[in-house]
Ligand binder design. Structure first.
Ligand code: FES
Length: 140
């Protein structure tokens, strides 16, 4: 994948995004924690292995269910123009249905209708470049 690229796959009829985040994007995540509803991802919207500051197994690869936690629209990826939505934040996801906004770790901004961060599905790496979504080898 190219830096900044997003690819969509389908899992159980839902869109799943895989995004390659740049070093710059990762560094910027901590800068707007004060604008987020659940910056530390305390709500159980991710598996344990994605309960970290970047909400992923490998920092640069973000995997998330691309469905807004408000009423289920699929947000748009704004790699360069998210600053029009949240000043000072270059990239993120914007839900056109009712205006919810999420950062590059799928964390929801305050003051929008979506109550929760985006869901991180179970997933695992089969190799350095292959991800299996839907199973993480931790099921009983
Ligand atoms: S469904 Fe996304 S803001 Fe309402």
């Amino acid at each position: 994948m190219e830096p900044g690229q997003l690819i969509r796959v389908e899992w159980r009829g839902k869109p799943v995004w895989v995004v390659k985040r740049t070093e710059q994007t990762l560094d910027a995540l901590a800068a707007h924690n004060d604008k987020l509803r659940d910056p530390a991802s305390d709500e159980p919207q991710q598996p344990d292995y994605a309960h970290n500051e970047h909400r992923s197994i490998k920092p640069e690869i973000f995997v998330a269910v691309g469905i807004c936690t408000h009423l289920g629209c699929s947000p748009s990826y704004l790699p360069d123009s998210f600053g029009e939505q949240v000043q000072g934040v270059t990239s993120g996801f914007f839900c056109p249905c009712h205006g919810s906004k999420f950062d590059m770790a799928g964390r929801v901004f305050q003051g929008v209708p979506a109550p929760l961060n985006l869901v991180i599905p179970p997933y695992q790496y089969l190799s350095d470049t292959t991800i299996l979504v839907g199973a993480d080898g931790k099921e009983a």
